[in-house]
Design a protein around this ligand. Structure first.
Ligand SMILES: Nc1ncnc2c1ncn2[C@@H]1O[C@H](COP(=O)(O)OP(=O)(O)O)[C@@H](O)[C@H]1O
Ligand SMILES: [Mg+2]
Length: 254
């Protein structure tokens, strides 16, 4: 499966991305977790690796090697698009707990109709490569916006999960993401409700999302151990097996 995880800042995208990546990997899949956040911290929740990470979008030599153009070397420069990316995982993949391979892409620059710069060309190519490769499970921790990728990149993902927490701002973001993702051709949009403390909260958000016709496939309760791990800078999935069971159930729903 190729899974994108989006939603408003702070809703739990990184936590759920890491949990899904680890459960898919534990259950025998080859998993690539792709971090496209501008402050990449998926590595902490994946656990096991303490490497000093530099996002691919900031590796100027790599971008120049691939595209023939150094980022920022002038507007309107012609760059190559026929480069290969099948060496990137071996060179820059970071092995995390449960055998998940992490690639820290970095943030995709915004610009009208899909910004045309060598950094984005590299990330788009990488995404296309793994979206089309059937022997890998791909889990993408995405920042709220995906529209700047433009067409031709993410429409072939199997499912876009929008994480929602019990507040209306995260529902508004879900509505926006739902519209934009339909515009770029993503077919399966679902919501996961996270950090739920009681049935009343659950009901209010369920009603709102039902008005918007976004199906909720799973609800994750508020958990002190998630917060606690975040405070310590550890991975909750190394500490609380219950959370892993929750991720396994979410995987079943997917
Ligand atoms: N189910 C949960 N219960 C309690 N706290 C949670 C839960 N999921 C996420 N959190 C906390 O919410 C904060 C944001 O989570 P994170 O996964 O980093 O969100 P995002 O990637 O969307 O910004 C973190 O402090 C995290 O520990
Ligand atoms: Mg995050």
């Amino acid at each position: 499966m190729k899974i994108g995880i989006s939603g408003k800042g702070g809703v739990g995208k990184t936590t759920i991305s890491a949990g899904l990546a680890r459960i898919f990997s534990r259950e025998g899949e080859k998993v690539i977790a792709l971090d496209t956040d501008s402050s990449p911290n998926l590595i902490t929740t994946l656990g096991g690796a303490k490497a000093d990470i530099k996002p691919l979008t900031e590796m100027n030599d790599l971008i120049a090697e691939k595209t023939g153009v150094k980022p920022g070397s002038g507007y309107g420069q012609m760059f190559k698009l026929n480069f290969t990316v099948d060496d990137i995982l071996d060179r820059f993949g970071i092995e995390c707990n449960d055998g998940v391979q992490l690639l820290v892409a970095g943030s995709i620059r915004q610009g009208g109709g899909g910004c045309f710069c060598p950094e984005n060309a590299l990330i788009k190519k990488l995404l296309q490569h793994y979206i089309n490769k059937s022997d890998y499970t791909l889990i993408m921790d995405m920042e709220a916006g995906i529209e700047h990728l433009g067409r031709g990149t993410t429409e072939n993902i199997d499912v876009l999960i929008t994480v929602v927490e019990p507040n209306l701002r995260s529902v508004e973001t879900a509505e926006r993401i739902n519209k934009l993702s339909k515009d770029i051709g993503i077919k399966n949009n679902v919501a996961v409700l996270n950090k739920v403390k009681n049935l009343r909260e659950k009901k209010i958000i369920e009603d709102k999302l039902s008005e918007l016709s976004i199906p909720i496939i799973y609800t994750i309760p508020y958990s002190d151990s998630v917060n606690e791990a975040d405070l310590k800078g550890t991975s909750v999935f190394d500490e609380d097996e219950k959370l892993m069971n929750i991720m396994s159930e979410l995987k079943q729903k997917l």
